[in-house]
Design a binder for this molecule. Structure first.
Ligand SMILES: Cc1cc2nc3c(=O)[nH]c(=O)nc-3n(C[C@H](O)[C@H](O)[C@H](O)COP(=O)(O)OP(=O)(O)OC[C@H]3O[C@@H](n4cnc5c(N)ncnc54)[C@H](O)[C@@H]3O)c2cc1C
Length: 475
């Protein structure tokens, strides 16, 4: 149906959190500035949400993708507040502050304070002493990108790379530190090195600044420590898909599911969008699909950009939800869960103790839910074992790493062929080149570009929405 005269139409392609929040913000920003805009969102699947997915079975609520966002960054919380959804928020339990790494046959709790960290035996004494070498380590040449592994080896030593950074990278990206870009994956760390000449120096100066600010009665944001990112993991009573469902609801008939987009082409100052349900015209496009899908869609309209996007690799993953009756588990786990360094050569990346993170919400009474993660950049096989073999592998690994030998009374498996994009060294430069070659009126957004966290996706979507409006209604 054509839009009414004077109204500009924006088509958003992809209905994950990135596409949904971009569509939402276009409508909000246009309304605020009284701009006549119609938004249509096209999603290839029958459901919206992308990686936001949950199964509700036998009293369990098992998520196949993200289980929350950190409240230390404002973007998702701002969106939630804007939508009036605060009452649905579910902060994680305090227990979730306890995070572990499985190393050399046991679980080590990560300690937040530098002294407790120094006293923990996650690293050998030599490995811990090596961290002081950070004070005199050479810095990354200005403006240069480097791999996470090279950076960590140079600044913190080989053992810290293998036993601390590697599991962290697997927890966020399921990635391989040898290939991944410091600037794209951890921009804040690159910045700290550049601004302070090193991480220890940065920690000391920032701690002094925080102390001063606290004394002066200023507001001090949550800080990150070695035990994990700062802030509280936050979700919704119905899982994160409550947010994607509400976003879709707010967009009403603007959301069209089961419509796969195959191409876009410029047409008379606007766009022609080819779909498996016929063509649609628009004045601007936000492309919010994964990078490989974006590359296929752009192949005709912007082949050089498409070629860059097609090269962005992804790691595969399986998420295995296992439910246990507490009658069969002597000592239910208490904490967030644990990650496993690649050097341990285990078949799981780690496990989240979901019922301890969100007590009373994700499993029936007197039961416990664990989510184990399998796959990642270095294991493209295990996620695709048949269910029975996969669950047997996971059970063996849970027994070996956390001593859980009980028989689960509930099992469910999610698989992602392309779970998380990997930002390899030089990612940001290649992305800037790809974006500079796009025809005007088409904007890329999504987790393949400037951050994989929900907060990053929402932040980038708002920026993309504004860019599209600036294109349609220049000042
Ligand atoms: C197992 C797992 C755990 C995670 N845990 C966390 C976590 O705890 N916290 C956190 O912050 N982040 C987490 N993440 C990352 C986060 O979930 C994702 O980065 C984010 O959800 C990606 O959203 P998106 O909209 O960019 O992409 P997607 O969710 O992938 O959405 C893209 C959409 O585009 C659609 N599409 C594709 N091709 C077409 C086409 N041709 N036409 C139309 N539509 C198309 C897809 O069907 C999909 O719906 C996790 C990810 C995974 C996989």
């Amino acid at each position: 149906m054509p839009s009414s005269p004077g109204t500009r139409r924006v088509v958003v392609i992809g209905g994950g959190i990135s596409g949904l929040s971009a569509a939402y913000y276009i409508r909000q920003l246009a309304r605020t500035s009284d701009l006549p805009v119609e938004v249509i969102l096209l999603e290839k699947e029958r459901r919206v949400g992308g990686k936001f997915i949950a199964r509700r079975e036998d009293g369990y609520l098992v998520e196949g993708g993200p289980n929350g966002f950190l409240d230390s960054k404002p973007w998702t919380l701002d969106l939630v507040r804007d939508m009036g959804m605060e009452s649905s928020l579910l902060p994680s339990d305090q227990a979730a502050a306890r995070r572990f790494i499985f190393s050399r046959g046991k679980l080590h709790e990560l300690k937040a304070s530098p002294l407790s960290f120094f006293l923990s035996d996650l690293l050998s004494l030599r490995g811990r002493l090596r961290i002081f070498g950070e004070l005199v380590a050479p810095t990354t040449p200005p403006g240069e990108d480097t791999s996470l592994a090279e950076f960590a080896r140079r600044r913190l030593g080989k053992e810290a790379l293998e036993r601390m950074l590697d599991p962290m990278v697997s927890g966020i990206f399921a990635g391989d530190p040898e290939r991944m870009s410091l600037r794209a994956c951890f921009p804040r760390i690159a910045e700290l090195e550049e601004d302070y000449g090193g991480l220890v120096r940065a920690m000391v100066k920032i701690a002094a600044e925080r102390k001063r600010a606290k004394r002066a009665g200023e507001q001090v944001p949550a800080s990150s420590g070695p035990s994990g990112p700062g802030g509280v993991l936050t979700s919704f009573r119905g899982g994160v898909s409550e947010l994607s469902d509400r976003l879709a609801e707010s967009l009403g008939e603007g959301v069209r599911t089961a419509v796969g987009v195959s191409s876009v082409a410029t047409a008379g100052g606007g766009w022609h969008i080819g779909t498996d349900r016929g063509d649609i015209s628009s004045d601007a496009v936000i492309l919010a699909t994964p990078a490989d899908a974006a590359a296929a869609i752009l192949a005709g309209a912007a082949p050089r950009s498409a070629a860059v996007l097609a090269e962005i690799p992804y790691s595969p993953m399986a998420v295995i939800g296992l439910g246990y009756s507490l009658a069969n588990v002597d000592d239910p786990p208490h904490g967030f869960g644990y990650l496993i360094p690649g050097i341990e050569r285990r078949k799981i990346l780690g496990a989240l103790w979901t019922s301890s993170i969100f007590p009373g919400n994700r499993s029936p009474e007197r039961h416990f839910l664990i989510r184990a993660m399998v796959g990642g950049a270095k294991d493209h096989d295990t996620p695709f074992l048949d269910d029975e073999t996969l669950v047997a592998v996971v059970r063996r690994e849970l027994a070996a790493t956390m001593g859980l030998v009980a028989e689960p009374s509930f099992v469910t498996v999610f698989r992602w062929e392309k779970a998380i994009p990997l930002y390899t060294v030089g990612h940001l430069e290649r992305l800037a080149r790809a974006e500079s070659l796009l025809p005007p009126g088409l904007v890329l957004t999504g987790n393949a570009y400037r951050g994989v966290g929900i907060n990053d996706c929402v932040r980038e979507s708002k920026v993309s929405a504004q860019r599209v409006l600036d294109h349609l209604f220049p000042a």
